[in-house]
Design a protein around this ligand. Sequence first.
Ligand code: ZN
Length: 397
Amino acid sequence: MIGNELVTVRIRRRIVVCLGLFAGMTAQAALAADCPGNPDALGTSRTLVVDPREHPRIGAMQYAETLPLAAGEVVLTFDDGPLPKYSNRILEILASQCVKATFFLVGRQAQANPEGVRKVRDAGHTVATHTQNHPPGMHLLPIERVQQEIDEGIAAISAALGDGTAPAPFFRVPGLARAEGIEQHAASKGAQVWSADFPADDWRPVSSSRVYEVAMKRLEARGKGILLLHDIQARTVAALPKILHEMKARGYRIVHVVPATAELAATSTEPQQWRTRSRHENVAAPHWPQIPRFVFAERAMLPAPWLSDSYWNDEWLTSSDHATSPAGAMPTPRQAPWPRQVPPLLNAVNALPVPAPSVFEFRDRPRPAKATHAAGRATGRVAQSGRPVLKRLVQVR
Ligand SMILES: [Zn+2]
């Protein structure tokens, strides 16, 4: 029964995708001519204007709503920059294809390289924020620290942009380690919290070929969506030209997302276009994890979805940009105390359009049996590792 439904759904989805792709080809033909020096460019098919207040949390990986994209439409997002060595290459590749994307920039990266922020903006991309320090385990931090990270991140990007310009009110939680308090504070700033529809695993130590394969397989599985990438990774730089080329070859279309303003009204949409899980998607992904609801350490310790805090990988730490930056300009991120590599996804790339449930496992679970007796030692460890988990737990008890 389920098998038959799956076949029916897949056929329907292919019909929808085909129709969508066909409709997009006319637009793409026009776009290609609009990209100087590249008649075969992928181009940007349309701009989607969204009102963060109407849709405060988006991204199928974690939320009940995502961007209202048509079949075959893709939104590109890049996290953790600007880092000149790689971010500049990403910008060049996007420019060569006349593709617009959204960049979730880290505050201290912006302070070290403010020109890099302006390059993103001047190239016509959307500049969004991603905290000040990209803290690991953000869902475990005290709410005051969370607020500070968000506020300082916005301030740092604003300062880099200069002339009173603010970044777009789009915010992504580091490691996607969401929590209710994080989202509430982002909302209080008028910001829309972006998860993603699918990642390409480019923060993991995999080859650029693997990044390309995963990106395309997951895109094919969903038929559309928000793709999560990183502009601080060599493998992403290496994979991106092939990803864009293949998107063009398969008829996908790029959508650029910008926030609504007093002068720019939100694109007209219907509520159901934002819903993450249609009846069809439920059938295709029957084991989708429940959307978790989290609170802060002061109240309880609950698991949170997270990708990996090894975004700040060793390659970045030893990059030439880091090595040659002025003294003090680029503080070294703390090493995460837990294993720095997330286990590979289940062999379900084709079956699931999102990361497997293992991605949502809580791998940082404190050991309450010893915690009560080890308050002093735990506090010491907190100071060393920057990880307040045990300390908070002991205080609760
Ligand atoms: Zn990040």
